[in-house]
Design a protein around this ligand. Structure first.
Ligand SMILES: *Cc1c(COP(=O)(O)O)cnc(C)c1O
Ligand SMILES: [Zn+2]
Length: 406
């Protein structure tokens, strides 16, 4: 395990896996944990892919030093639901939804936090911290509680969906409401963690968190009978997830578990689409957006910390990026709910909305096997779900009033 390296994606320098780093100390670039092929094969002998599907089934691919410190709530193992009615409606033959709302705190963030909080214990800190649009804090607060760590959370004031705020509070985090948006809250907590060696930052800039999220790719491949789909569609906020899923398929290919990498397709909301702009204009760097706005609060991010990784994942997998309006997001949220019985939050619906748009534009073939990642549960944002629905009709409590109904 100790021959693993943290490698800067910009300058290529390697750093000891035991160093507590967030970015490259030389050039400020993002770090990635690199497994070599030999090492993976050795790990796979020690931890074969056996038993029930969950994040720790893929222990061979997880950069933790020993099993003794693992903090787990049974995350992962979420359903991959074949969606024939939805597929038919939008013009595809084979469509699946990977329902990440089925995780312990209702979003895919749990896959990252099981690894991230385990690393916090390895590093011996007593406090973990994050800035969050809501799901990161809900998940971190839960895993910190389980690990007996203090948890500090910065939320953009008045902008966090009710379900996410509720979770963060009940799990006992110290919650601060920042007068400003998410990007500003993140900048502040990053600076604090740089200054204070005793607080470990668990935002998605943290190189270990996405390692757990690779398991979305592993699970999709396994659930399709150890085959990779043609395309995986992912909503992009801070952009760790699209990279992590790409990396999962990449490592399965490297370890010869499965073959090939799906076209990674990233979706952003129209009011928060710096990566879509960069991909459309063929740029390697993106221009941050100052006042991001969208109903999909989980992807209301103008300056994605992992933007450079998202651009790489999309380019290297021959994928693409597309934007969607809030109206398209809400329409897809209802479609997923009413045709398939799957309740997702707006950010998750962006993946299906983007897929629909790309099919209409003729960019996706009818016979492609497509997986949309539904990143979070509908109950995360109950106010939005009520706002976009018809209110219940009021009737007297008599059988006569019911009999007149059609
Ligand atoms: C965090 C989150 C996203 C965005 O993921 P990134 O890794 O930041 O791109 C999308 N949807 C939901 C529900 C989320 O919680
Ligand atoms: Zn570097």
């Amino acid at each position: 395990m100790l021959s693993l390296k943290q490698r800067c994606i910009e300058c290529g320098k390697d750093f000891d896996i035991r160093a507590r780093l967030y970015v490259c100390p030389e050039c400020g670039g993002l770090l990635e944990i690199e497994f070599e092929g030999d090492e993976l094969r050795k790990n796979l002998k020690e931890h074969p892919l056996e038993g029930q599907i969950n994040v720790w089934k893929y222990r061979a691919f997880m950069p933790v030093a020993s099993d003794s410190k693992i903090v787990s709530l049974g995350e992962g193992g979420t359903p991959l639901v074949k969606c024939d009615r939805l597929a038919n409606e939008i013009g595809l033959k084979n469509l699946y939804i990977k329902f990440e709302g089925a995780n312990p705190t209702g979003s895919f963030k749990d896959r990252g936090m099981t690894v991230g909080v385990t690393k916090a214990l390895e590093f011996g800190v007593k406090t973990v911290a994050c800035a969050s649009t809501g799901n990161t804090s809900a998940s971190l607060a839960a895993y910190a509680a389980r690990a007996k760590l203090k948890c500090l959370v910065l939320l953009p004031e008045g902008k966090v969906a009710l379900g996410k705020l509720t979770q963060t509070l009940i799990f006992g985090a110290h919650v601060l409401a920042v007068r400003g948006n998410f990007d500003e809250a993140l900048a502040a907590v990053r600076e604090l963690c740089d200054k204070r060696g005793d607080i470990y930052l668990l935002n998605s800039i943290n190189p270990f968190r996405p390692q757990g999220q690779k398991s979305i790719g592993f699970e999709i491949a396994e659930q399709l009978g150890w085959k990779v789909p043609d395309r995986v569609v992912v909503p992009m906020g801070n952009c760790a997830n699209i990279w992590a899923i790409y990396k999962g398929f990449f490592e399965f290919d490297m370890a010869k578990v499965t073959k090939g990498i799906p076209k990674m397709t990233g979706i952003q909301a129209k009011g928060a689409m710096p990566i879509v702009n960069a991909i459309e204009n063929g740029l390697d760097r993106f221009e941050p957006i100052n006042n991001p706005e969208t109903i999909a609060t989980a992807i209301r991010i103008g300056n994605p910390v992992n933007g450079a990784k998202a651009i790489r994942a999309i380019r290297q997998s021959k994928g693409s990026a597309e934007w969607v309006s809030d109206k398209e997001i809400v329409a897809s949220q209802k479609l997923i709910a009413r045709l398939e019985g799957i309740g997702v939050e707006p950010a998750s619906a962006a993946s299906v909305a983007g897929l629909r748009k790309m099919i209409k534009l003729g960019q996706i073939k009818r016979d492609e096997v497509v997986v949309c990642v539904a990143t979070g549960h509908m109950l995360k944002d109950p106010e939005e779900a009520i706002d976009v629905s018809e209110p219940p009709m009021e009737v007297p409590g008599t059988v006569e009033s019911l009999e007149t109904l059609k």
